[in-house]
Design a protein around this ligand. Structure first.
Ligand code: UD1
Length: 421
């Protein structure tokens, strides 16, 4: 295993290229199951999760490779297998995105229940309910979800759950309904930019989707989809993470390729905290006004503040001048970073789905443990600003969702290196 070693205290300055969005790339790769001919995807980040999706797709008969320019080519070569096994699904929750495409194209989808993960229980009832509404029969077989349908028929589907809309359930229903008969209307659809990117990809393949980016998405089924070329949008979560990195190190970064229009809630909150964010020539420029103000943040589905940036922004609030309150409304148990940040000198108190953050003057380096992807990012950020050296174990968590993070940070002045345990 590997860990990160960070010596804190350096100001970050320079340009950081923002990679393609993991959460857009994964469902779009899964959507290649639906299409005839070749799919070519540009700006797919080189991440452990992306490679994991390539392994899963290859078991499902979809061959993929990267060309010399880094573009990913995917082609369906064999449609016999429709079983995503536990061994693969348990490693990556986004594997569930093959469910809708398999059902629509191969009439059958057997997908292992993903199970729990470090950020809490993550059910898939909305996925199943949505696909059943399109006419699929559902059974649970040895811990696998088995869905079968000779034909999928358009329907009106409400996809809201106890915590709001579901991103990957919206993706699954949208993909399946694209090859269904007639019209499907999804109410309480997820509005995330990654869903819009998926819909744009499907439409470029011949699908007839409208309303994407709003809570009401309409899909007119078509009989076939044809492979196309598509460029994946920039990763707003990676961009937000680097915004925090610039702000807490009193730095000045230009995030090349980042799009403010996908990050309004984040930009609004960071500006309240005192971060200076402006549209730059090639992306977004970020610097800090030295004094960080405390704020109250509640995570919500898009366009609200994203749960995927909650941990990183909490690191910044540890150093604010006063008390902040962060409430998690999407994954109420997503606070694995709290005890680790406290080990670095933060004053955090968890009360149910809320954390009260008493700002401190400084964080101090310590050995800490990464527990999930975004919590790991929060600890890296803490290490950048902490006094002394921080060791963050289990680097593999960060590799799931950040492309070459240590190289990108080192290139703008951070003292960070990857070390074999
Ligand atoms: C996606 C993102 C993930 C992000 C999350 C919330 C991808 C690949 N992953 O995950 O990075 O943190 O959105 O923005 O895009 N829920 C149910 N029943 C379901 C499905 C979800 O109750 O069938 C609940 C979840 O437990 C959670 C909430 O709905 O409380 C939102 O989850 P969801 O949007 O589905 O998350 P993912 O799509 O798994």
């Amino acid at each position: 295993m590997q860990h990160f070693e960070i010596v804190g205290g350096n100001r970050l300055k320079g340009k950081v290229p923002i990679s393609g969005a993991k959460n857009a790339a994964l469902p779009i790769m899964a959507a290649s199951i639906l299409v005839e001919g070749e799919t070519v995807l540009r700006n797919v980040p080189d991440l452990a999760d992306v490679r994991q999706m390539q392994v899963l797709l290859s078991r499902l008969g979809v061959k993929s490779h990267r060309d010399a320019d880094g573009a990913m080519h995917l082609t369906v070569e064999d449609e016999m297998n429709a079983h995503a096994e536990y061994e693969l699904v348990s490693k990556m929750r986004a594997s569930v995105c093959v469910m809708g495409p398999l059902l629509a194209k191969r009439k059958r989808a057997q997908v292992s229940m993903p199970g729990g993960c470090a950020i809490g229980a993550r059910p898939i009832d909305l996925h199943i309910r949505g696909l059943q509404a399109l006419g699929a029969d559902f059974e649970l077989v040895n811990g696998d979800v088995l869905l079968r349908a000779k034909k999928l028929k358009g329907a009106e589907i409400f996809l809201g759950g106890p915590f709001g809309s579901s991103v990957t359930a919206t993706a699954n229903v949208m993909m399946a309904a694209s090859l269904g008969q007639g019209k499907t209307v999804i109410e309480s659809a997820a509005c995330e930019p990654e869903i819009v990117d998926l819909a744009n990809f499907l439409n470029a393949c011949g699908a007839r989707i409208t309303g994407h980016g709003t809570p009401e998405v309409t899909i007119e089924g078509v009989t076939s989809l044809t492979g196309t070329e598509h460029t994946v949008i920039a990763d707003r979560i990676e961009a937000g993470t680097f915004m925090v990195a610039a702000a807490i190190t009193n730095g000045d970064l230009e995030l090349v390729g980042a799009r403010i229009s996908h990050m309004r809630a984040v930009v609004d909150q960071l500006r309240r905290i005192g971060v200076i964010i402006e549209r730059g020539e090639t992306g977004v420029s970020v610097s800090s006004a030295r004094r960080l103000e405390p704020v109250e943040i509640t995570t919500q589905p898009y366009p609200g503040f994203p749960t995927d940036l909650q941990a990183q922004v909490m690191t910044m609030l540890c150093l604010a001048d006063g008390n902040s309150v962060v409430t998690e409304k999407i994954f109420p148990d997503r606070f694995m970073h709290v005890p680790e940040l406290n080990r670095m000198g933060a004053h955090l108190r968890k009360e149910g789905p809320t954390v009260i953050i008493e700002g401190v003057k400084r964080l101090v380096g310590a050995p800490v443990m990464a527990s999930d992807l975004r919590a790991s990012a929060a600890l890296i950020l803490a290490g950048l600003v902490a006094k002394g050296t921080t060791h963050i174990s289990r680097a593999y968590h960060i590799d799931r969702g950040y492309e070459r993070i240590e190289e990108k940070l080192a290139a703008v002045g951070a003292k960070i290196r990857r070390v074999d345990d």
